[in-house]
Design a protein around this ligand. Sequence first.
Ligand code: XIL
Length: 389
Amino acid sequence: MKRLNRRDYIGLTGMALAFGGANSVLGSPRLSANASSLAQDYSDQKHIPALKTHFSNNFKVGMAIGPHHLTEPKSLAILTKHANSIVAENVMKANVIGASQGVYNFALADQLVSFAQKNAMEVRGHALLWHQTSPEWFFAGDTHLSTYKASVRARLETYIYDVVTHYKGKVFAWDVVNEAAIDDASSDYRHSRWYQIFGPDYIDIAFRAARAADPAAKLFINDYNTEYADKRARLMRIIDTMQARGVPIDGVGHQLHVNTITPSAQHVTQALSETEARGLINHITEIDVSFYHDPESCVSMIETCLPSVTEKSAAHLGALKDQARKYRELYAVFASRPSVTSVTTWGVSDLNSWLSSWPIARLNHPLLFDRAGNPKAAFWAIIDPNFVI
Ligand code: XIL
């Protein structure tokens, strides 16, 4: 390993001493990252390999974005260099598009779609129905009336049909229903308002309306924790009943909001295999690798969430290494499975990841690029087999 001199520390994110090593400099000089390449400023993205090229025989490389990314030069540089697919982090959700019954606010999502078209990127649509973002107008009316169910159903069908029609030919895949499976063992289905009104039928209604509007778009059920056997079993049973009823579904979206410790490659492989066994394709829809391995209680009792790791501390450097290993392990699985046709990170760089405010506000660094837009160890780990972590 090259001895670092003082100048190498300028602009260093703190990783130079932690990464690199004898093997990393023996590999291809074009590709292999070493300590000094981590220290360089690559935030213009010019002299590093492009993810979309590296994985061109494997899957589309997606990133979740919002309109704000389109005015951030460093985010734009990352997007145009590395991504050949985008998804709207928020502005294609029904609480944004569905202003009121029959009134649509497509403006923000349209900006993202036209950005994608200008830059030869595909668009994933997210999400037509999600319990967290279903506006109140869907459910308006007297629930005791015999016509109540039919009117909610008509609103849902019309909303989905209109939105999918608006983006027909522009959105290649839709997350039709997001997070339908429940987290505990009480049943298979999340007891959302939709489920309370329709039972499992709401899923059928949503998928059939999407298929009717754009028969060419690939339709997904999307969920988190599919890497855990119990949650996955619930989701797979939901899918089995959909398929038994002839509901048009093409794939499973695995969110994969994971952390530096879990899941193992084996768990993810199992999730992909179970999808394949049903004749469906796999999309990795929201991957990020959090620094924090919170206890399960953290979601309901945020005081149990792990405290912020101080930047450039030993724990921080250790987490960056663990994260690089986790990204390498998981991307190797994705690349080895032809059924994985799209892998989307939930964000562009650490600068504006949702994990900086969820489940609590704390420093998190879950993505492949740091706050300045420089590729992190995790980037080199997935792109360069000779990179030593
Ligand atoms: C999140 C966004 O990232 C946040 O900005 C927003 O406040 C809440 O939603 N699962 C999903 C995504 O399917 O839509 C969520 O996105 C993250 C969890």
